[in-house]
Design a protein around this ligand. Structure first.
Ligand code: PMP
Length: 442
């Protein structure tokens, strides 16, 4: 391994880090040098158990030889191909393979490079679809409070996180939000789907009554809201949303950037909840997080509606220089092979009850006010410290890293979503680490 990897630079000023308290970080940086399977290694040689699959993306674990070899091979074979008016074989192969694992009816794929781009693409497909089928008055988009849909303008507009919105002035107009489904008073410490709250889907009817269905293009939700603390939909909620959307001709978009590719123990959350949306956004797990890639799945009728104009015309004026990049495609194909060979898209189902019991064993740890879990993802919510929200969870994160575990925090919530290759003993290790730090933080 080269020195460049192992030696932390002493000047950290030039890099403006994303979603990071830069000034604080640069006083006490956390630096990763290498990774293998379930672990990172820091620049000072410490092994860190990855309890978050990087950022909810490294579903097959780190530096898997099949994937790294596929990338190296492709880089020497066809490094880049223009994405527009040109093709290359593996992008078509990948699209077919993805459609094969996607929920029933999701027959076409549009490639992007990130979750944020997948969201923008999905919103634009929804708006353009309404237009091409002669319903151009359908321009409104409906999101949800506490929804995270990436950081581009469409995404922060339909998203429901104040910190991501308030610095940027005007957002997309014509956006409404449904309430989130987190009901701590009623559903605290539920394993899996909570009992209470399906009626919150009726808020969509209220918005339809307010604006009229003829003005609404699409509803976008994360089936399980990840970034704002693993909020699991109440039993029946997503089915109700589906029914209301169908009744009013509104497209339903599932943002499966986190839930796609096995996180819930099924290939997609749509499979888990048995609710098929019209469009699915993905990224992260599609390429095991190794090379930036996103994929938007659409139903046949949506795709076909665009294919009815004159043959020489571009059907959808949208795309990215790196859409279907050959190296990203090679990474994604090797990722899909790995998922298949190791049964990873359903491994979460085998481990989910062990995972649930392990997480809920933290119930009596100090300051724990809720625990949530589904598939191989979960959250531990802590009592906020008055006047200092986020402090307790963040110091748990810092301490856990010192002790050799990577966890994630969002507000007062600790989120866990390990690679799907995790062993039971490693689940125990992760949960023990969280227990230890909860006993140590204020
Ligand atoms: N949608 C969801 C549901 C996400 O969780 C994320 C990222 N955490 C995004 C979109 C944005 O993805 P990216 O950071 O790749 O742009």
């Amino acid at each position: 391994m080269s020195n460049r990897l192992n030696v932390a630079p002493n000047d950290l000023s030039a890099f403006w880090m994303p979603f990071t308290a830069n000034r604080q970080f640069k006083q006490a940086p956390r630096m990763l040098a290498s990774a293998k399977d379930m672990h990172y290694t820091t620049t000072d040689g410490r092994k860190i158990l990855d309890g978050t699959a990087g950022l909810w993306c490294v579903n097959a674990g780190h530096c898997r030889p099949k994937i790294t070899e596929a990338i190296a091979h492709q880089a020497g074979e066809l490094d880049y191909a223009p994405a527009f008016q040109m093709g290359h074989p593996i992008v078509f192969e990948l699209a077919n393979r993805l459609v094969d694992v996607a929920p029933e009816g999701m027959d076409h794929v549009f490639f992007t490079n990130s979750g944020s781009e997948s969201v923008e693409t999905a919103l634009k497909i929804a708006l353009a679809y309404q237009r091409v089928k002669g319903e151009g008055s359908r321009t409104r988009l409906i999101g949800r409070e506490r929804g995270y849909h990436g950081v581009n303008f469409g995404g922060i507009s339909v998203g429901g996180i104040v910190t991501n919105r308030k610095m940027f002035g005007t957002l997309l107009t014509g956006v409404d939000h449904m309430p989130h489904t987190h009901l701590p008073g009623k559903n605290a410490f539920t394993k899996g789907e909570p009992e209470h709250g399906a009626e919150l889907a009726d808020e969509l009817e209220r918005i339809v009554t307010l604006h009229d269905a003829s003005t609404i293009a699409a509803v976008i939700v994360e089936p399980v809201a990840g970034s704002t603390g693993v909020l699991i939909p109440p039993k029946g909620y997503l089915k109700k949303l589906r029914e209301i959307c169908t009744k009013h001709g509104i497209l339903l978009i599932f943002d499966e950037v986190i839930t796609g590719f096995g996180r819930l123990g099924t290939p997609f959350a749509a499979d888990y909840f048995d609710v098929i949306p019209d469009i699915i956004t993905t990224a992260k797990g599609v390429s095991n997080g190794v090379i930036p890639m996103g994929a938007v799945f659409v139903k046949k009728e949506i795709h076909d509606a665009f294919m009815t104009g004159p043959e020489h015309m571009i059907e959808f004026f949208h795309g990215y220089t790196y859409s279907g990049n050959p190296i990203a495609c090679a990474a994604a194909l090797a990722t899909l092979d790995t998922y298949k060979e190791e049964g990873l898209l359903t491994r979460g189902a085998e481990l989910s009850s062990y995972w649930a019991d392990a997480l809920h064993s933290l119930k009596d740890a100090p300051n724990v006010i809720d625990i949530r879990n589904i598939g191989l993802v979960g959250a531990i919510e802590l009592q906020p410290i008055a006047g200092q929200p986020t402090k307790r969870a963040f110091s748990a994160f810092v301490k856990a890293f010192e002790k050799g575990c990577l966890i994630r925090t969002t507000g007062d919530i600790i989120a866990l979503s390990p690679p799907l290759i995790i062993e039971k003993s490693q689940i125990d290790e992760l949960v023990d680490c969280v227990r230890t730090v909860l006993n140590e933080v204020e």
